[in-house]
Design a protein around this ligand. Sequence first.
Ligand SMILES: NC(=O)c1ccc[n+]([C@@H]2O[C@H](COP(=O)([O-])OP(=O)(O)OC[C@H]3O[C@@H](n4cnc5c(N)ncnc54)[C@H](OP(=O)(O)O)[C@@H]3O)[C@@H](O)[C@H]2O)c1
Length: 357
Amino acid sequence: MSVPSHQKALFLEAKQGQWAVRTTEVRKPGSGDIVVKVEAAALGGVEWKIQAWGILIKDYPAILGMDGAGTVVELGEGVTTFAVGDRVMFQGNWDILTGTIYGTFLQYFTAPAQFVAKIPDSISFEAASTMPTGVATATLSVYNQADYALSAKYFAPWLPGGRGKYAGKPIVILGGPTSHGQYATQFAHLSGFSPIITTASLHNADLLKSFGATHVLDRKLPAEEIRARVSEIAGGPVGLVYDTVSVSATFPLAVALAAPGSTVLTVQWAPEELVAQAMKDGKAVHMVLGFYNAPVNREIGATLLASLPELLESGDIKPNHWEVLAGGLGGIVGGLERMKNDQVSGVKLVARPHETV
Ligand SMILES: NC(=O)c1ccc[n+]([C@@H]2O[C@H](COP(=O)([O-])OP(=O)(O)OC[C@H]3O[C@@H](n4cnc5c(N)ncnc54)[C@H](OP(=O)(O)O)[C@@H]3O)[C@@H](O)[C@H]2O)c1
């Protein structure tokens, strides 16, 4: 397969700056890398925040995008685990320490092969592109048992002996319809957690129940009422509360729902005073690190990436529902605006970079 020297990419030109689709070089693969023709790139909840709030990324112009899927078109030196023509999914390459990102909002992505997973033929590129970050976020900080991991340290359901291991143990997932909330619900189901209690707008209740949620509470209920309902349903202490939304409305609720000795996982930094009080009460609060390339996640991440094709083929894990944006890379800007305005519910927005006009 021939690989062009140049491609189109969507750039965020400066901190809180303009978006622009323009031409850039296709990166040559280094040792251990593969080059993928990106057939689908999925939007995440963080990209509009980076643009609107000027957070997290320091190095501009930047190509954002944390999720993609496509076909392998070139192999770097020493790559033996993939072949040209393989269908794969992959995560954008973001270094949170330096604030640099090389994302998936482009036509050809060059990635270290070690952080890439194969896609079964039965799964479309669009469906697969909803997965890499959602699955990483939903699992790595729940199931990473490395000594130094800030994780809930449960045993992963994709490892031998992991299925059903936590039968009868309650879990609360605030925000089941987020991309990673949908995956967290499914992995909790594979782990055997029960009941699996989640919050959502109720039009998403059937979707979440199809993933294994046993109870879906209206997220607009007063926090006190959610607490009372959870206590009644769980009938005992909740050992793991996963706040997939992590905003001012959900942080205190997440901590209040957790029992002493339990873990609260958040996806954004919780306020310091809340974390300090939770620690005094014997509750651990950790922020999820949903990156396969983070050194602490590499070992558990490798086992997960290797298991994903089978989990998908068996139907044990189902991709998010998705909606294709018109206009290829140019359509991403309008998609992010819809996400910012809270106009996307229960679906992942996906662009096809080669449809860019
Ligand atoms: N730390 C990490 O490594 C990491 C990784 C990935 C993402 N994140 C963060 O995770 C967050 C979610 O990202 P995402 O892309 O998966 O999701 P998303 O698409 O931004 O989530 C949208 C969904 O959130 C639900 N929601 C909004 N407010 C809620 C509330 N108060 N209570 C319960 N549900 C609520 C809505 O559900 P309904 O439609 O049912 O109302 C909506 O469908 C973002 O802030 C993102 O930056 C962090």
